[in-house]
Design a protein around this ligand. Structure first.
Ligand code: T1G
Length: 701
């Protein structure tokens, strides 16, 4: 069992011991009820304390149990809370550090609550596409008031205990301890003060009244607000309905309503996606063959080579984390331009009130510049963000090999070049790694950590740790053309072009995939990023990858100089100074002429086929990336797409989405597409991994 029981005089103490956050898994629930029975059977015991060992009181229900029989195995969480309420002896929750979700619901089932200051208090279930399913929507309003409780439940955001404890009329906490250190002793004192109280006099949250003076009007207003901010997500609105039930129904009826709504959400694809995201995000930081306790190198100062858009954005990440940065450029005016851009970015944040002036000043005080490589000799991590050409990288890394101190990590921000070739420019390939940031580098969460065949394990462990420190979602990729994200987007873009050849228009494709949930379809995205970028890659590929066929429409568009917003015209037309994408007759005529040139008879293409061709192209290439060992987990691929490519969060990522759709159905769709004469036929052969999983009746996981 993962809960300990001991008796201190007349006080019994039940301590949850289920690291890392005392998740309320089956063994913990059994430990609690077992301890309760012992305490209530022991005449010497007059009061009971329940608390958590380690860094949390409890982080809630055990998310890892969801979808398994253990989650509902008796005693389930509802039964444990009923047992707490039914205890004839007073129960005091001694709360510290973190009390979230089912952990807070557990505490609400106790008669009293003593809390340490600085404790994070939350019902974050909505972030998992759920609602508090063990009485939180019925009990929290009774102790904090309807509006405070509704805000906490719909936002899922943590609130500090001292703030809640100081709210007038609150009944959540009976005592705010002086400190985390004195919490337990103060809880013991409190337990002694209520020891021996007759059961009938023990306070139960469920017996508190719960009303809102202008209930209907308030909830209608709240409903309008919540509806507006929860497109594609059913949970926030159901949270609201459950809380409303606490004001309109008797307690037990409200509990039944909560259970009804919770069950609907637990079965929803959106919750499945959000729970997958929660686990995949944490799993991404784990590298199968690199032990968690691998020693990490100390990163005190960072060197950045290149003060352009990427170099400046990369630098800001480290300055924001309080790490000194030295930027190297070849010319003073390039340095001046780069620093000016960094200042402009920070000043914009200060102006919006997102950054305090003193913080801005502190960050700028950590920034220095130089025109000499020698000044990077003490840097622990050096990241180059210079021109994307192998010859330029060679010059940089040979120079770094000369000046960087032994043990310095040498990272390339390359997005397309071979990290092994770059490593080979040095005598220390074990210290070389790719750190592929996404533009704008100070905003985008995704960081592809590209592992060369010689990259040392402690280098990887260090980069993954520093990524967490600069608040990036780091995903390890092997070395291949395009790593994970761009290798897959290549296939997505190819299908988008073929769809135009076959009868779709740019606006139809964009609208279909934006309805699916992407922020921007491929053609609007091309116009934003610049169609000439893809053009250059296709030209390079034409020599390197002659087997890779593309629609010629994109090239013909670029031959007209229609690079997108930056040239005032791309797949769409744009009015000066505006970003609205206006369907272009020039482009429609170009596509129609191209079909004639190619002898293609256009056909009507459904939105469903558009979405499948684009999304399943990602899935098939993603499966091949797993087969090649470029990514180690399908969840890593989902994290790349959720944090770097605008894949809709509520779909969980391409691989999760395919698993939800059923890999058998996905494979059958691919076989249909393979019959399409436009395609080279090889691409739409379902990847071997998909065929294997289909044969075994399995999904990506
Ligand atoms: N269940 C299982 N594992 C959990 C967990 C949980 N609730 N919370 C964290 N972990 C694991 C996490 O996967 C990671 O594992 C490790 O703990 C450290 O997490 C009925 C249905 C508590 C604020 O949503 O917000 O109760 O990677 O890196 O930054 O109403 O974890 O080490 O193997 O995040 O210090 C509601 C989710 C559940 C809280 C700690 N509770 N957790 O942050 O560590 S649903 C939540 C968090 C529920 C009831 C409903 C954070 C944290 P590993 P970490 P951290």
């Amino acid at each position: 069992m993962t809960a300990e029981y001991k008796v201190l005089g007349e006080i019994a103490v039940i301590t949850m011991t289920n690291p890392p956050v005392n998740g309320l898994g089956y063994s913990t629930r059994v430990g609690i009820t077992d301890g309760l029975s012992k305490a209530n059977d022991d005449p010497a015991v007059k009061a009971i304390i329940i608390t958590g060992a380690g860094k949390a009181f409890s982080g809630g229900a055990d998310i890892k149990e969801f979808g398994t029989s253990k989650a509902l195995q008796e005693p389930n969480l509802l039964s444990v809370i009923l047992a707490l309420e039914a205890s004839p002896k007073p129960i005091v929750a001694a709360i510290h550090s973190v009390v979230m979700g089912g952990g807070l619901e557990l505490a609400l089932g106790c008669h009293y609550r003593v809390v340490a200051p600085g404790t994070s208090v939350a019902l974050p279930e909505v972030k998992l596409g759920l609602l508090p399913g063990a009485g939180g929507t019925q009990r929290l309003p009774r102790v904090l008031g309807v509006e405070t409780a509704l805000n906490m439940i719909v936002s899922g955001e943590p609130v500090k205990s001292e703030l809640l404890a100081s709210a007038p009329g609150q009944k959540l906490f009976d005592k705010l301890a002086a400190s985390a250190e004195s919490l337990f002793d103060e809880a013991v004192e409190f337990a002694k003060s209520v020891a021996g109280k007759p059961a009938a006099e023990l306070p139960l949250v469920r017996n508190l009244p719960c009303k809102h003076p202008q209930g209907d009007a308030y909830f209608q207003f709240a409903r309008n607000m919540v509806t507006g901010m929860s497109k594609n997500y059913p949970a926030p609105l159901k949270c609201l309905e459950a809380v409303r039930a606490s004001t309109t129904m008797k307690f037990n009826d409200g509990m039944a309503e909560e259970r009804r709504l919770f069950t609907q959400l637990m079965l929803s694809p959106e919750s499945s996606a959000l729970r997958h995201l929660f686990m995949a995000e944490r799993a991404a930081s784990k590298i199968p063959d690199v032990a968690d306790d691998t020693p990490k190198r100390d990163i005190k100062t960072v060197g950045v080579i290149g003060a352009g858009t990427m170099g400046g954005g990369i630098s800001m990440n480290f300055l924001n984390a309080g790490i000194p940065v030295k930027i190297l450029e070849m010319k003073q005016e390039a340095l001046d331009r780069g620093i000016a851009t960094i200042k402009k970015n920070y000043e914009a944040q200060v102006k919006k009130g997102k950054l305090k002036q003193d913080k801005y000043d502190q960050r700028m005080s950590l920034l220095s510049t130089t025109l000499s490589y020698d000044d990077l000799k003490d840097c622990d991590l050096i990241i180059e963000a210079v021109f994307e050409e192998l010859g330029v990288k060679e010059t940089v890394f040979k120079k770094l090999d000369e000046v960087a101190k032994p043990g310095a990590i040498l990272a390339s921000n390359t997005s397309t070049l071979d990290v092994d070739k770059i490593a080979a420019f040095t005598k220390r390939p074990q210290d070389v790694v790719g750190m592929h940031f996404f533009s704008p580098a100070n905003v985008m969460k995704l960081l592809e950590v590209v592992r060369g065949k010689e990259t040392a394990k402690d280098v990887l462990a260090t980069v993954m740790a520093i990524a967490k420190k600069i608040k990036k979602t780091a995903v390890v990729s092997g070395v291949c053309d395009g790593f994970i994200g761009n290798r897959m987007i290549e296939q997505y873009s190819r299908q988008a072009g073929f769809l135009l050849d076959e009868g779709a228009t740019p606006q139809q494709v964009d609208k279909a995939i934006e309805k699916f949930g992407f922020a921007m379809g491929p053609f609007r995205m091309g116009d934003l990023a610049g169609n000439d970028i893809g053009w250059a890659i296709r030209k390079r590929r034409a020599t390197e990858r002659a087997d890779m066929k593309y629609s010629r429409t994109a090239d013909k568009l670029c031959e007209l100089g229609r690079f997108g917003q930056k040239t005032g015209a791309g797949w769409y037309d744009y009015q000066a100074g505006k970003r609205d994408a206006i369907p272009s007759q020039v482009v429609l005529d170009l596509i129609e002429q191209h079909r004639k040139d190619e002898g293609i008879t256009p056909r009507k293409i459904s939105d469903e086929e558009i979405v499948q061709r684009l999304v399943y192209a990602l899935v098939n290439e993603g499966a091949r990336i797993l087969e090649d060992g470029i990514a180690s987990k399908s969840g890593d691929i989902d994290m790349v797409y959720l944090t770097g490519y605008g894949f809709p969060i509520f779909r969980g990522g391409p691989m999760h989405y395919a698993s939800q759709a059923g890999l058998y159905n996905v494979a059958e769709a691919m076989k249909r597409f393979a019959k399409n004469p436009r395609d080279d036929g090889k691409f739409w052969e379902p990847a071997a991994l998909i065929q294997k999983l289909v044969a075994e009746g399995k999904s990506f996981s």
